[in-house]
Design a protein around this ligand. Sequence first.
Ligand SMILES: [Zn+2]
Ligand SMILES: [Zn+2]
Length: 345
Amino acid sequence: MKALVYGGPGQKALTEVPKPTLQQPGDALVRITHTTICGTDLHILKGDVPTCLPGTTLGHEGVGVIEAVGSAVSNFHVGDHVLISCISSCGKCAFCRKGMYSHCTTGGWILGNTIDGTQAEYVRIPHADTSLYAIPPETSEEALVMLSDILPTGFECGVLNGKVAPGGTVAIVGAGPIGLAALLTAQFYSPSRIIMIDLDDNRLQVALGFGATDAVNSGKGSAVDAVMALTDGLGVDTAIEAVGIAPTFELCQGIVAAGGTIANVGVHGHKVDLHLETLWARNIAITTRLVDTASTDMLLKTVVARKLDPARLITHRFTLDDVMAAYETFGQAAQSKALKVIISP
Ligand SMILES: [Zn+2]
Ligand SMILES: [Zn+2]
């Protein structure tokens, strides 16, 4: 079968590899119908994720059809249409029992990292009973790819950790797919303001269309001043960091109101400064989290009920044969205006 295989920093290739087989009784073999590329895949290609070894098939998001199940799989059957969670969970270990599936001792984020992932014709899913979700009939399967990772990530690491509340004020730093996922799901809680901050005017325009109340281009003047002007000089109750670099984390520290929360979502490859000299007396909280995908079932229900429309995040479509072009388009988002690209084998 064809798979996009990581070849070490800066290297990837669409390669012919053996079709995966069941290895454990809890495994399922899924034929991929749609997958996508994540910012995390670009981090791997930059060499930021040393756990991902050359030879690994990339990708941790997707939907597909079950081709085979191991003897211990009871929730799913051959032919079932399923959503693949980016987090594999055994459901039994101490972390899983706490709902912290991202820290599952035999799972967590392993797909497209320590085991072969979803940018392929087929993928082996360990702990299938607790890592797959049945797709309800008459749902857009393509749109559900957004539920593998980005919507739970924006919601759990940004909105829930950031304690977004009715009437509250929110700033989201970074209007990429994850920031936009946080923007869409923050609106479950009716905050009074959602201020989107980015350097890209196109993405800010998209954010205004997705329900942001204000847009701030941090490349044109002081974003701190702009946020203060929009919040009566108080700052925001929730500052969501959805980029993962030092200047954006610094910005969050400058705009968080007394009593507020900085919810970090970004993948940080380098250390950042923490300004305790100004923040020590301001009653703030800083949260971090790797997505647990504990909210996937809830988010699926909001999609079925049409309260959430993840298809809005899809901008481009490719076949698996054109996966290199898909990476190029996704990697040059400022020029291509790409948000999420769908890849269909
Ligand atoms: Zn991802
Ligand atoms: Zn576990």
